[in-house]
Design a protein around this ligand. Sequence first.
Ligand code: SF4
Length: 678
Amino acid sequence: MSTQPIELKRTYCRVCMVHCGLVAEVAGDRILKVRGDHDHPLTKGYTCPKGRATGQIHHLEPAITRPLMRKDGELVPVSWDEALDDIAQKLRRIIDTHGPNAIGMYFGSGLGLDSSGYLMEEAFYNALGTPPKFSPLTNDGTAKVMLAGAMGSFYGLNPKTDYDNVDMLIYVGTNPMVSHAHNTGMFNPAVWIRSAAKRGEVWTIDPLFTETAKFSTRHIAAYPGKDYAILAWLTREIIDGGPFNPRQAINGLEQLRAALEGYTCAKAADIAGVTEQELQDLLAAIRRKGRVVVETGTGITMSAGCNMTQWFAWLLMILTGAMNQKGGAWFHPGFLFPFDQVELPLLQSAFTPGSNVRPDVKGILGDWPCAVLPLEIEGGNIRGFFNFGGSIVRSFPDTNALTAALRKLELHVNTEVVHNDVTPYCTHVLPTKGAAERAEFTRWDTLAWNLSLQYTPPLVKPKGERRSAWWVLSQFMKRAGLPVPAFLPESDLHEGADELMLAKLMENARCSFAELKEKRYVEFPLEFPAPWVDKHFERIGGWKLAPPELLGQWNAMRSADEAASGRPKPLCYSSRRQRRKLNGQLSFLGEPANVILHPLDAAAHGITDGQKVRVHNATGEIVLIAKVNAGMRRGVLSIPHGHEDANVNHLTSVHKVDPLGGMALYSGVPVAMEPVAE
Ligand code: SF4
């Protein structure tokens, strides 16, 4: 029991992009208790269980507090100098022997939320001449950014629902009651969803009757990966019979109309595995309201229909005039780099070159699909790998292929604060400051709920010998003879060095770092509808409705699905988020590794509620606990994202990827199951 006085410290949650305001009781280096901050200007006391677990997350064991290096097969504590010198020497040897492209990097969420650490990741990446790079973007959702580039010539376009006014909203493959929405930063989701449903209509399309479906006006249980058929048919109907009222200029309408020719309600219903009446009812609802907003999530972006669903979702919003319109969707104008104050850089192509082993599958933003990493290592193309805080064993596809490949790396450096299932494969583990140990601001500004930025000082001192990530990266870079930015402070141990790094990131921002630090929360009013959005589309000649790559994929999927029409759909699983877990993290908060299945599927397989079930396919198998639930669509199992006790990535494959953006398929994957004999 600590004898130190208890201080109340205000901060914000660093687990997800909502960044809820928190108040922590801190005694010395212990975070005793965390609750919502009722005085927070935005979230006003709201938190979810993950935020309230900030103390547990910080005190999680076995903590890594000293640099670790593999010697004679064992990871052992060493000094910073020894670890950094060894990394630098091995890094230099790989570069000199095989070139800088033999170094791969994963920009994981760990350092992704460490603003100054992320700045140095980018500096390292650029110093090596942009070698192979992987990111959460290419692990759970290439479609959204791809669409922004392909239809709007700017990756930064991210439509967000106008929750104050929306009256026709469709959620497809997203469960904001649990996930707080994808790229939207939605706090207190029950309030927003209920009020939208009360004002108008909210429809949820998901194979499971989710927590969000419970608050919705209607639920449609489509077959995973085939939701796109519903939206494609709606698009055709909107073009032919309205409401057709695009707010910005458009081009490619005739190509789109031709591509949808003959796509009937019966075909769409058959492909999506729903009734024609459900589709007609949904169309009637859109026609009643005159405009529609469609939100998608990882249920979509991780499925074979990822690009198509996202494409038709955007088409519905564009064609009904919801983009940049009250009651529709707004676009974040950027806080750190204000989009409305500059002429936006225009993309020539939404796609970047593919990897060595899959040149046919495009890169997005220069990032390679995470599925190719094991193949690149096995092929000898990647020999050194820097994992900047990603739970890759639980979150990357095809665990067996990945772990076999990781063993072959000559250098595998991980920035991490807790031993996990990645560290056994590392040559070096570098403990950088944890979330509660560093000053920070909300760097991913455009994913926020509004036009604001927040700052927090550290809650506690760093444990053991942990250092700032920016300093750690700059040290092995310098020692390997790589250039580092001239503005870097000499050491993170110097007073104010971390904050100087944060200030550097805010040089172009809407307010100064000094102002943010003083006020903690700075918000600007949102201009909506925003002139900069309409001006951008005037400049590029309007929305590109029919990018050739998407038309090509549509034609291929349409013919394959129409050819399979009438055949039984195989048993498959869809992926699910859980309230007390975040992707591959936080399993210790107690969410069960369960599989949700329909009572008739359970009975047909001789499975009872609570029984152990083996789910398997050609890639591998996992054992989960059955949760029999009549809200699950028949023929579909719902399995959580990367769970410690039953990692779904034993069922995903490095060979089963979206042919356009390379997303590994995590949803709609065929499987078999049977009860496990006790
Ligand atoms: S929704 Fe939960 S995890 Fe996300 S910021 Fe708020 S408390 Fe943290």
